[in-house]
Design a protein around this ligand. Sequence first.
Ligand SMILES: [Ca+2]
Length: 288
Amino acid sequence: MLILLTLSLAEAKKPKAPPPLPVNAWGREEGMKADCFYPADYEKLADGERRLARQTAIEAMTQQWRGTRPDAKARKAGGADDLSMIDDGVLMEESVVEGLETTMLGRPELIEQVSRANLEQCKTYMKGGSLDAWKGWLVPVASKLTAGDCNSPLIDTMFDYLEITRPWYRSVTICKGDRVHINATLKDRYRVTDKGEWITVEGVPGEKAIGADYPCNIEGCMVGMLVGRFTGDDGVETTFPIGADYTLTASSNGKLSWTINDTTWYDNKYFKSAAFEDRVALTVEPAE
Ligand SMILES: [Ca+2]
């Protein structure tokens, strides 16, 4: 009883306001010659509703861009079978519409920003702006949305035998934020000088790599050790010690390479017994 009373009081005090803007629906404001699609307030929706709202938005936008928007009023008047088209004068290039539609279907979260920006374009046009301006906005949208995308995150586990006779090699593409776990066998031995001691991927014990000739000379990088390099798409290179176990978090999209921390690769040899030759096995996998 108390709640009802409070509500009706609030109702009575409300000043006369313009009608609220449409939400997740077609509508128009004063001065617009035809309707635009007003997207939902996506952030306020639960997951399922949000997906549905995106679906509604992409359908509405693509129909309007293609010039095939059924006239809601005409449908109401003539029944559900009346699919007469509304002529709001909008018609975009089909290849542009299709390209953008495909991009948004692949990444539905993009529908949100496109539908908001598209509303602004639509309103400007409906208030007397030129269709060319709207077209000019639409053309580069798909490529702008996908610029900087990384299409090859590390998803699968990769196995590789470590080559010890060449500098930086391999180029594993990883995406910003990927966590990559690199693991190498410790039982397999090799040496990095002609008569040197047999070592593992942890390098020569106690022998720090000092000097610019070494691929990795930062703290923790030993001579003969397995070391890594991450080259970001921004061109920034980072080297780091791997040894038997390392987890890298990619600070940008880029490529991962590795090598033995050495200055001369021709004299490196794997340990060989009568029957077997050692070979370090590498595993590169997405980290948990
Ligand atoms: Ca060497």
